[in-house]
Design a protein around this ligand. Sequence first.
Ligand code: FE
Length: 203
Amino acid sequence: MSTEEHHHHDESYAELRTKALESLLVEKGLIASNAIDDVVRTYEQDIGPMNGAKVVVKAWTDPEYKKRLLEEGTSAIEEVGFTGAQGAQIVVLENTDDIHNMVVCTLCSCYPWPVLGLPPSWYKSEAYRSRAVVEPRAVLKDFGLELDPAVNVRVWDSNSEIRYMVLPQRPSGTDGMTEEELIEIVGRDSMIGVAIVESPTIV
Ligand code: FE
């Protein structure tokens, strides 16, 4: 059995176990099934990506850290306290004026859990997985991101060994912001590379 097949076998087994556990808990009246959905959503949208946002802001505000992060992602991320399952090797890709990186897992749904939490459902969809490589700009457009044609788009295929995270560009007009305020504006999608971090609107 190849590594890939093995990897997939493990995933479906885990999924099966999860489903079995969930139905058992619901059946015994221990939890409502929407309670599980709420937890999953929280990990997808809030708790998970917050770790990545902290890493991004540290890189934006500490050039030495940024250097370490780009050279050795996994250990630099561990420095901030994030480590664990599905994060044995994390490679961080820097977006610049000329290069826009975006991440996909064409095989299944490999994703850097320690920094981004659980993958959103679109990341696991057949449409995203197949189109990201073939027509990345069209996919980005669907996400509302139209890049200058001069920008080079690079698509990275995650797998069970290497998982990628994008270091988005720091938007202009954010010089006076505190680290806490900066963390707030770094969205999950910018670390997958299907969005950029926007300058905060002045109120
Ligand atoms: Fe995968």
